[in-house]
Design a protein around this ligand. Structure first.
Ligand SMILES: Nc1ncnc2c1ncn2[C@@H]1O[C@H](COP(=O)(O)OP(=O)(O)O)[C@@H](O)[C@H]1O
Ligand SMILES: [Mg+2]
Length: 247
């Protein structure tokens, strides 16, 4: 389970970006965080893997408080969490297979990391992950030659390779055309259900949040303004999260 308890955060001496947020995400849930650009969605997501650290409150992953973890214990927690980004964050000049294998780096010694020389069973796992996302034929292709949808599916395969049970997806479909976006989110949803993964997805796309998430959390100017099952969100609720009052 992921949990924020009364979390507030600001960057250096600037005004607060997140205000007293409390949020629980249960195991196996698909939660969408919606809100306008600048609302604090990315910062909220970063709290869960320690990429952002709050000044107040606490962040919990699987019953452990992040601020009480460091070194090995923090790394172990971070290994449970994979991140998928809008801009994919892949190594462009490497092959698809190599990028997927990068998801397993933490399981291996430094020399393997440096030489990129993985045991055969890891390569098999990487090929299986590629099969899961429908990229068997692209294993040897260079990432730079892929379409956006293929790049995002490579990133999903890397998350599977990491054997993470939590996926943080920061606007995973925002750089994709609508049809490709749907395919990628459908894939993410299918894997979440098959593997009982927990997914927290940032999105500014209301339709996508409604279609794929079980629960939607609305963030406006760093406050959670609504947290309810997707079916309980009316058009008026979305309008208030995105409201002109933000300007
Ligand atoms: N590293 C940073 N340093 C200073 N301000 C930041 C930093 N990251 C985000 N912010 C600010 O925090 C606010 C929330 O940003 P962000 O979490 O990226 O929102 P969203 O993902 O909803 O667009 C914005 O005002 C943004 O400018
Ligand atoms: Mg963002």
């Amino acid at each position: 389970m992921l949990e924020l308890k009364n979390v507030s955060l600001s960057f250096s001496n600037q005004k607060k970006v997140l205000h007293q947020l409390s949020l629980q995400v249960n195991d196996g849930e698909f939660v969408a965080i919606v809100g306008r650009s600048g609302a604090g969605k990315t910062t909220l997501l970063k709290l869960f893997n320690g990429m952002a650290v709050p000044q107040q409150g606490s962040v919990w992953v699987d019953g452990q408080c992040l601020s009480e973890c460091s070194g090995d214990s923090l790394r172990k927690l971070q290994q449970k969490i994979a991140v998928i980004y809008q801009e994919f964050c892949l190594v462009q000049e490497s092959t698809v297979l190599q990028n997927v294998l990068n998801g397993a780096l933490y399981r291996h010694s430094l020399w393997r990391v440096l030489t990129g020389c993985f045991p055969a069973e890891e390569t098999e796992r990487a090929r299986e992950a590629l099969r899961q996302v429908g990229l068997t034929d692209k294993a040897e292709a260079t990432v730079a030659t892929l379409s956006g949808g293929e790049k995002q599916r490579t990133a999903i395969a890397r998350a599977l390779m990491q054997q993470a049970h939590i996926i943080l997806a920061d606007e995973p479909a925002a750089s994709l055309d609508p049809v490709t976006a749907d395919r990628v989110l459908f894939l993410l949803k299918r894997l979440q259900q098959e593997r009982n993964l927990t997914v927290v997805m940032n999105s500014h796309n209301i339709q996508q949040a409604r279609q794929y998430a079980e629960r939607i959390v609305g963030v406006r100017q760093g406050y959670i303004v609504k947290d309810a099952p997707a079916s309980a969100w009316s058009d008026a609720d979305f309008a208030s999260v995105y409201g002109v009052r933000d300007e």
